[in-house]
Design a binder for this molecule. Structure first.
Ligand code: SAH
Length: 207
């Protein structure tokens, strides 16, 4: 898997590749799918959600440009796999998941791997997590209609927000927002497909 990330997908940051090598992805997917854990695809987890494709996890982590002094916020912990990867490249990771069972599962898996610099809590992540702000990097693992404003507000100057944005699930772009002293600038990093970001600054809950 790591060979493919480097050779085919041009993931070049050695810290990201090392994190992808260190975290056992099969522990984050349902037992019946563990044989496919290192394939080039997203996989279903519980509650109709997915664990992102390894390439997307690596690419988003690389785009955050964080290091061991960085404080990172993640929205959409899901299985906790991306959270575990972030814990290897960042100093402190705060992660939010709106589905209680997933949040508990993610936190348990992370502790079982002996990771103590990542915390998962259950609430609407489109509001950010003001108590621990400001952040060096914010990663959103679900796609919304626009960039959630509170998240930009919780970035440090120079901080990076990586977020999928688009009018439908089929037409999302991976956007990186870099906060500047006077405002922010946006970069387009290509097409992507994520499960919906549901919340006050995302989509309405359809249920
Ligand atoms: N990075 C995850 C991918 C999870 S899929 C992994 O590696 O497994 C995206 C997750 O975002 C889903 O679990 C979904 O429940 C969650 N989500 C959607 N909207 C959210 C919100 N407003 N706040 C927190 N989590 C949210």
């Amino acid at each position: 898997m790591v060979e493919r990330l480097h050779q085919h997908y041009q993931i070049n940051d050695p810290r990201v590749l090392e994190a992808m090598r260190a975290i056992p992805r099969h522990l984050f997917v349902p037992e019946a799918l563990q044989g496919r854990a290192y394939g080039d695809h997203a996989l279903p987890i519980s509650a109709s959600q997915t664990i992102s494709q390894p390439y997307i996890v690596a690419r988003m982590t690389e785009l955050l440009e964080v290091n061991k002094d960085s404080r990172v916020l993640e929205i959409g912990a899901g299985s906790g796999y991306q959270t575990a990867i972030l814990s290897k490249v960042a100093g402190q990771v705060y992660s939010i998941e709106r589905i209680g069972d997933l949040a508990r599962g993610a936190q348990t898996r992370i502790r079982e791997l002996g990771i103590y610099n990542a915390t998962v809590k259950c609430f609407d992540g489109t509001l950010g997590w003001a108590a621990n702000a400001p952040y060096d990097g914010i990663l959103v693992a679900a796609g919304g209609p626009h960039i959630p404003k509170p998240l930009v507000g919780q970035l440090k100057p120079g901080g990076r927000l990586v977020v999928p944005v688009g009018p439908t699930r089929e037409s999302q772009r991976l956007v990186r927002v870099i906060k500047t002293e006077t405002g922010s600038k946006e970069e387009d990093h290509g097409a992507c497909a994520f499960v919906p970001l549901i919340g006050q600054h995302g989509w309405d809950d359809q249920k």
